[in-house]
Write a protein that binds this ligand. Structure first.
Ligand code: 5GP
Ligand code: MN
Length: 335
């Protein structure tokens, strides 16, 4: 948490006359949108308006969230987003650790912005900003927003909008309260959020029971050819651009696919390789069990990072070459 003197300074500068912007990472997920909107609704409870800006569009299954449709998507509204960041007095940086993670468009704007920058995030190795609340042991940035609200002694201001957003962020980033850093504290906070109006059945159904037919077809395709290597310890999944096109891929369709590799008995790592729809690179998702550190592995070999058990990366060879290189690199690892 911020120190008490940092909290006092933050309280001091958070006033209704300020231009406040909340930014999250490229390809925003449930925690990115949940923490950003949750903070926005909380600031409103303090009488302060803030603008949420995301670098690019986000999946339909997150658009039910209160005011999700008011989020400024920088890809579509460059001028509005650029000016808001340029004119901001305060920028909250949520659910990412370094400016470049907000993409080629927003990243440089963020670096140049003169605003006071406040980071709240749970990824490894955060860059330096004016105020930094970084904790890699917390499973979701949305949980950290709740801790921030508690630290400000404003828990009684948590309303249904805030509760729904933070619940969604925690639910999605913990894979439905399953992943390793899910703690008793997480569950206590989630219980509070339910009391404040978050409806678990509604949120789960809006977020997760929204499969598109294209998603299910893609899932069938990759599960049908899942490969397990390194004595059953590593699962490999992949999708080609042509397949994405053929099945009518929509944003968010492949969310969570990588987890299927980890559901196999005995696997320690799952890797999912996907050709980008437009550019010539391979987007990779890594997941791991227990102490196997895919964050470091991705940093070392695949231009990425993330968390110990969930990381991503990018590789600039073709799909075959990427998977070949991956199989070679894992031979040197002790998982
Ligand atoms: P996902 O596999 O769901 O895209 O990402 C898993 C985690 O790794 C997320 O926390 C995400 O922020 C992080 N991550 C994904 N891609 C990258 C990347 O290219 N670079 C870095 N540093 N982190 C990534
Ligand atoms: Mn997160």
């Amino acid at each position: 948490m911020f120190t008490s003197s940092e909290l006092a300074s933050i309280k001091n500068i958070l006033t209704p006359d300020k231009n406040i912007v909340i930014i999250t990472h490229y390809n925003p997920d449930g925690d990115a949108i949940g923490s950003s909107l949750g903070l926005k609704h909380f600031l409103r409870q303090l009488g302060i308006e803030a603008e949420v800006i995301v670098p690019n569009d986000f999946p339909k299954f997150l658009k039910w969230m209160p005011e999700a449709k008011k989020i400024i998507i920088a890809d579509y509204k460059r001028k509005v987003a650029g000016e808001a960041i340029y004119n901001a007095d305060i920028i909250f940086i949520l659910d990412f650790n370094a400016s470049h993670r907000s993409g080629n468009l927003v990243g440089p704007w963020l670096e140049k912005a003169r605003a006071t920058k406040i980071l709240i995030d749970h990824h490894q190795q955060p860059d330096d900003f004016d105020f930094v609340y970084s904790d890699v042991t917390v499973p979701a940035t949305s949980q950290m927003i709740y801790h921030f609200i508690q630290a400000l002694e404003e828990e009684d201001k948590v309303n249904q909008d805030i509760a729904e957003c933070l619940y969604t962020g925690i639910m999605t980033d913990t894979g439905g309260f399953r992943f390793r850093s899910t703690s008793a504290t997480t569950h206590r906070i989630v219980a509070n959020l339910i009391e404040k109006g978050a409806d678990p059945a509604m949120i789960t159904s809006n977020t997760w029971d929204t499969n598109t037919v294209s998603r299910l077809h893609l899932l069938a395709l990759i599960l049908g050819r899942i490969e397990v290597v390194k004595d059953g310890k590593v699962a490999v999944l992949y999708l080609k651009r042509d397949e994405l096109k053929q099945y009518g891929f929509q944003k968010g369709d492949t969310e969570g696919f990588v987890n299927y590799g980890l559901s196999i008995l005995g696997t320690q790592v799952s890797a999912f390789f996907m050709e980008d729809l437009y550019e010539d690179f391979i987007k990779i998702s890594f997941r791991s069990k227990d102490h196997v550190d895919v964050n470091q592995f991705s940093r070392n070999h695949f231009n990425g990072g993330g968390h110990i058990n969930a990381a991503g990366g990018k590789y600039f060879k073709d799909l075959e070459g990427t998977i070949e290189d991956f199989k070679e690199k894992i031979e040197d690892e002790d998982f």
